[in-house]
Design a protein around this ligand. Structure first.
Ligand SMILES: Cc1cc2nc3c(=O)[nH]c(=O)nc-3n(C[C@H](O)[C@H](O)[C@H](O)COP(=O)(O)OP(=O)(O)OC[C@H]3O[C@@H](n4cnc5c(N)ncnc54)[C@H](O)[C@@H]3O)c2cc1C
Length: 447
């Protein structure tokens, strides 16, 4: 019997019993999915359902999900943390025990993967357990590098520092307390240079704060500035231009290509790297989006590209090394050159599923090809949202404009989709693999 390491697991008798009955003692699985987050849970269910619908049902326990996390976090398609950070939701609503979400026909191995050995079709967990597979799907997410900013972790842990982040479950509610408590001074919101998940989130929380201050008559006493490591407000020109115009109209300052490098919480001072040196900035409130990057486990694995992401074909989601043709990846950990969001995963999961099924069944991928679709619901205030949707090449690909109007204009219907509809769809369908993005509840036909 495998040793049960985590305290959290030991507490959960439900988890232990179910895990033991489905995953115990097997050395190898037909499909192994690494990570039970937004991509992993969704795709594991879709793969199970796809084989079943083709009359080739897999047995219970033929698919294993490997993930040591006790909770599945809804970071996800509605930017729930932004809503917590804006006082619209309680943070406890944004996570559920993993054991409640993984159905009994999927084996759950409550461990993390330490090494990937694609030459021998196996992975090894942190306890040293070797798990073999016929197909591997990697959906292990992204690494948030909190310690890369000296002073950040200490400042986040200090309830009176004025420093917070919606990127951590632990400080999402601190964000709201800080925003709500501010009566006057300088509020600064940061975005790092480089790849992060949901690149719109660093400014969504800023717009919510701005709106809150206008509604409560504090707007004249509080200045707001966006310090971003990026050269523009957003990667897609259409939305970037609209956001910049709105920023100017609202009197919000922007400092481009300014990358946060350290925080002196005692002095309320943040230091930013600039093109030609560095600059110190005083703040009263500081909202930080930390730098992110590929997981160390993946970076050092044979599956990684030069940057450390799992190297997959941008259309089929199959590993680019033909020797690892039974390896697939989706979501934040993949090399797919598009914005890392849960919305992107809704488009990626059916494609990966179809191609994996076809390779197992016929040895070949299908016509199913991912076009880079992703979406960023940019909250711009209470009751308004700009719904950015785009694909590879940073080209807009809008789904709702013909119903509700230009998506670069903040509108109430987009806000309601984000606040109420998306969470409902996420918990009731997406994590169960029965939501197919633009195709709704119907699995797309790729024939
Ligand atoms: C503040 C914020 C706002 C956002 N807003 C939006 C939004 O409005 N719209 C949108 O579409 N998206 C949004 N996102 C992005 C979205 O949440 C992510 O892109 C999405 O959750 C990524 O899913 P994933 O499956 O790739 O990774 P995750 O959901 O992070 O799952 C990764 C899983 O892998 C597990 N894991 C890690 N390492 C290992 C290992 N070694 N072995 C086994 N398991 C491992 C983890 O425990 C985790 O369960 C937002 C994110 C944040 C943080």
């Amino acid at each position: 019997m495998f040793a049960l390491r985590s305290k959290a697991l030991a507490k959960s008798t439900h988890t232990v019993a179910r895990w033991a009955s489905t995953a115990a003692e097997k050395d190898s699985y037909k499909v192994v999915v690494i990570g039970a987050g937004t991509g992993g849970l969704n795709v594991a269910n879709q793969i199970y359902n796809r084989f079943k619908s083709a009359g080739k049902a897999l047995n219970a326990g033929d698919i294993a999900i490997v993930d040591a996390a006790e909770y599945h976090y809804y970071q996800n398609s509605t930017a729930h943390r932004t809503l917590v950070g804006s006082g619209l939701k309680q943070k406890e609503e944004m996570r559920r025990p993993m054991s409640d979400l993984i159905p009994s026909h999927l084996a759950h191995i409550v461990e993390n993967v330490k090494t990937f050995e694609p030459k021998s079709n196996s992975v090894t967990t942190t306890s040293g357990r070797k798990i073999g597979y016929e197909s591997l799907v990697v959906a292990a997410g992204i690494q948030v590098n909190w310690s890369a900013i000296p002073g950040l972790e200490k400042a986040l842990a200090d309830p009176s520092s004025g420093v917070s982040s919606i990127y951590s479950y632990n400080t999402a509610d601190k964000t709201w307390k800080d925003i709500d408590a501010l009566r006057s001074g300088k509020a600064i919101f940061t975005q790092p240079a480089g790849v992060i998940k949901c690149a719109g989130a660093p400014q969504k929380i800023m717009w919510m704060a701005w709106d809150r201050y206008q509604r409560t008559g504090r707007g004249d006493n509080i200045s707001i500035d966006f310090y971003t490591g990026m050269p523009t407000m957003f990667s897609v020109k259409k939305y970037s231009d609209a956001l910049n115009k709105m920023r100017e109209e609202r009197g919000v300052g922007a400092q481009f290509v300014r990358n946060l490098t350290s925080i002196d919480a005692a002095a309320h001072k943040a230091t930013f790297k600039t093109a030609d040196g560095s600059v110190d900035v005083d703040y009263t409130l500081l909202h930080v989006t930390p730098p992110m990057g590929p997981l160390e486990t993946l970076k050092s694995s044979p599956l990684a590209d030069e940057a450390g992401w799992v190297a997959v074909d941008q259309a089929t989601l199959r590993h680019t090394n033909p020797e690892y043709g039974n390896v697939w990846a989706l979501g934040d950990c993949s090399s797919l050159p598009t914005s890392k969001t849960a919305a992107a995963i809704t488009a990626q999961a059916p494609i990966l599923t179809e191609n994996l099924f076809s390779v197992v069944d016929t040895g070949k991928v299908t016509k199913a090809a991912y076009d880079g679709y992703t979406s960023c619901p940019l909250l711009t205030g209470y009751n308004q949202l700009m719904l950015a949707e785009f694909k590879y090449g940073l080209e807009p690909k809008e789904s709702f404009a013909s119903f509700f109007g230009d998506q670069a204009v903040p509108r109430l219907p987009y806000y309601l989709l984000k606040k109420d509809l998306f969470p409902y769809v996420y918990w009731n369908y997406m994590v169960k693999g029965t939501w197919f993005g633009a195709s709704g509840w119907t699995r797309p036909d790729f024939s």
